[in-house]
Design a protein around this ligand. Structure first.
Ligand code: FES
Ligand SMILES: [Fe+2]
Length: 424
């Protein structure tokens, strides 16, 4: 802990010359037409996290995950064969929802409208008064299934019936380098949720730079994540891996907690998220605090497009953003802690939760003002600080995904036209 701490120079962006250093156009943060292109190119093609395996641990367990962006719910169910499957919550008779509970246990799903029944594998197994239908082929009327795969106990789905790549390929080094973190230990969960009038990317951005820490968080976490040795909230490091990115956040090891905080930090199972202490019992994966800096506090890891895990050595929490339009987003936050075994530990956790909530509310506080400036055309480009590289990277990845997808479409159209011409 007494090792000499050196401040990271402002040259992170220069490691990625392809991203440039100039201002970034702000069109993509408010234009409705661009938003529609993002839905097709990104949200309908990228793997997105919908929950954890513990939420459907035994055969017959299920949970629902609302996908606000597209206004439907996904059901994740564990079959008798122990396999997890994801289905649209849509009855194949006339479209009613087959399950209304947000989680539970069952042997089959029975639609509460006319009683069509589906097995946990999605097969249509029962149709009341079946003889009165015309040529009903039950085999063709399975629940519509979504591609599902798992990374480190997190369940991902893809809205494309034929995803452009596997989850493993999609996560690449980013996923590989974070494997081994004890995610499964965080079974004590707390949640916050809200809807904000802002673009989804602005919300991602608000959690992905610490340049704002000494100013915006001057009444909360400023002295834990910045300090006299790091007055402007510089990062330790940032790693860009494909469309994903991880930044390691500096911690002020000289921070002296106030008496209540001190008590809380000592008693949280795993340190409080803002305490800056490292839990020695946790073996960190390679990709977490990758430079092994002694003054590390947390890593902010962004899984493109809409999921962030903030990982400390004893606790982690996630943010997920579901856009509703070019200037509206649903934000969901989940914190995962190890269950407290004493009242003192529970107190420590509660302290972490409220400290975190206060800091996050400060982050959210700027968003609607930024969006009104964008919507009114009063800001037309963003000027990024070197340590705001994550924001620059997000901008470029989004542009690239839209460009690549549309290029692929054009190519396919051209090939189809050529094929049709040959036939004639
Ligand atoms: S809509 Fe489900 S049984 Fe009719
Ligand atoms: Fe912040």
């Amino acid at each position: 802990m007494n090792e000499k701490v050196t401040l990271t120079p402002a040259n992170l962006t220069l490691r990625h010359p392809e991203l440039g250093t100039g201002p970034v156009p702000a069109d993509a943060y408010w234009k409705p037409e661009w938003y529609q292109r993002e839905l097709d190119a990104i949200f309908k093609r990228a793997w997105m996290c919908v929950g954890r395996v513990e939420q459907a641990a035994k055969p017959g367990d299920f949970f629902q995950k609302p996908i606000p962006t597209f206004n439907f719910n996904v059901i994740v169910a564990r079959g008798k064969d122990k396999q997890l499957r994801a289905f649209y919550n849509v009855c194949q008779h006339r479209g009613n929802h087959i399950e209304l509970r947000d989680h539970g246990h069952c042997v089959a799903f029975t639609c509460p409208f006319h009683g069509w029944t589906y097995g946990l594998d999605g097969k249509l197994v029962g149709v009341p008064d079946q003889k009165a239908f015309f040529d009903l082929d039950k085999d063709k009327l399975r629940l519509k299934e979504l591609p599902l795969d798992i990374w480190e106990g997190f369940i991902f789905v893809n809205l494309s019936p034929e995803p452009p790549m596997t989850l493993k390929e999609f996560l690449g080094d980013h996923g590989r380098d974070l494997e081994g973190y004890p995610f499964e230990r965080g079974t004590a969960i707390f949640e916050y949720e809200g809807t904000f009038n802002c673009n989804w990317k602005c919300m991602v951005d608000s959690f992905c730079e610490t340049y704002h820490v000494p100013v915006l968080h001057r009444h909360s976490v400023k002295d834990t994540l910045a300090g006299p040795d790091n007055p402007h909230g510089r990062l330790i490091d940032i790693r860009l891996k494909g469309p994903h990115r991880t930044q390691s956040v500096w911690g002020n090891m000289a921070y002296q907690p106030n008496p209540v905080q001190g008590l809380a930090f000592r008693n949280a199972p795993g340190p409080s998220v803002t305490s800056g202490a490292v839990d020695e019992s946790t073996k960190l994966p390679k990709g977490l605090n990758e430079t092994r800096a002694p003054n590390w506090s947390i890593d902010v890891t962004v899984f493109f497009p809409n999921w962030i895990i903030v990982m400390g050595s004893g606790m982690y929490f996630t943010h997920q953003m579901w856009p509703l339009s070019e200037n509206k987003v649903v934000w969901q936050m989940r914190g995962y802690m190890r269950p407290a075994t004493t009242a003192a530990q529970r107190f420590g956790q509660e302290n972490s939760m409220v400290e975190l909530r206060d800091a996050v509310l400060e982050d959210c506080n700027t968003l609607e003002r930024i969006q009104s400036s964008l919507d009114q055309g009063l800001i037309t480009e963003f000027i990024f600080h070197d340590h705001e590289l994550a924001l620059r990277h997000q901008y470029h990845v989004v542009q690239q995904w839209v460009k690549d997808y549309e290029k692929g479409l054009k190519k396919a159209k051209k090939a189809a036209k050529k094929g049709a011409g040959k036939k004639n």
